[in-house]
Design a protein around this ligand. Sequence first.
Ligand SMILES: NC(=O)C1=CN([C@@H]2O[C@H](COP(=O)(O)OP(=O)(O)OC[C@H]3O[C@@H](n4cnc5c(N)ncnc54)[C@H](OP(=O)(O)O)[C@@H]3O)[C@@H](O)[C@H]2O)C=CC1
Ligand SMILES: CC(C)(CO)C(=O)C(=O)O
Length: 309
Amino acid sequence: MATNAPWLIVGAGALGQLFAASLAQRQRVVLLGRRPTRHVIRLRKPDGTDHQIPARRESLEQWSGPESPALVILATKSHHGKTALDALASRLPPQTPLLLLQNGFLLQPRLTEQWSGPVLCASTTEAAYRPATASGMDLDPDSPTPDVIHAAAGETWIGDLADRHVTLATRVAECLADAGMKAAACQDIRHRLWRKLAINAVINPLTAIHRVRNGELASRAFRPRVAALIAEIAHIMQAEDVPPPAQGWDVFIGDVIQATANNRSSMLQDVLANRPTERDAILGPLEEAARHHGLHLPAIADLYRQTPP
Ligand SMILES: NC(=O)C1=CN([C@@H]2O[C@H](COP(=O)(O)OP(=O)(O)OC[C@H]3O[C@@H](n4cnc5c(N)ncnc54)[C@H](OP(=O)(O)O)[C@@H]3O)[C@@H](O)[C@H]2O)C=CC1
Ligand SMILES: CC(C)(CO)C(=O)C(=O)O
């Protein structure tokens, strides 16, 4: 990876702006959104302080180098990732490394197979959202409202699905850490992505269907359905050779429900803003794995049918 070449971040949403705002202070970055905007990111940090961070922002359609990027970070929702990359691909050298930030486990294996350069995947517990998206409205560019709210600092693990790019993953994680983010390379990113998927598969669809905050899933009313889902997910993870967390799946997922009790899950936010959800990236791989291993999993099948696409 060329040390001084810029990094492109594709998708100027919550995570794209958070990564750009953090990296811009240490590294050359260009944030590519669907439309051009002012060269600044208004970031509210977890401690509630507001910051205006200078950052180069351009529209993906218009970006034209001149230098080849050292890395492209794909920060769209899973269902937009391929379209966004296709729109950019003819302007990138074929060996450009990618870093995928998506939840779920759909885009990661597909792009690993299809992209000619190295494909790194991240699993992150950073939490960020765009205030404007709750109402689906664009912000007035002169408004003091932040572009992105960094709700909670987390950590980001980086690796590739075949463990062929450990040096690159280490270098990218070092750059993120240098920019103040907690990040590390790992050699079990596939397991980490499936474990995060297990959490999202229980919390996101149920909260979106019933329009409740995450903590509601710990109530008596939801307990049987949550337990049935976790049991089926544990089955699939075993079939996929994903080791269970030390505390067991119930406690692992129950702890996240408690820790994020006051959150509106990202899928609920998408439903409330009339946006497509990441159902297929989160529940699709579970359904596909169940078919592949010949498992009959009625709780997951019901959940898939009820979840808005
Ligand atoms: N937010 C978070 O805290 C976390 C998010 N993730 C994952 O990260 C991914 C991104 O999430 P998040 O940032 O919240 O999502 P957002 O919806 O906030 O951002 C996605 C951005 O991608 C843009 N986009 C879509 N298509 C294109 C395109 N063709 N060209 C350029 N830009 C495009 C959207 O543009 P427009 O604004 O026009 O719609 C939007 O700004 C998801 O997979 C999510 O699951 C993972 C962990 C935490
Ligand atoms: C962990 C959880 C469920 C927190 O809300 C999340 O990742 C999401 O909402 O997508």
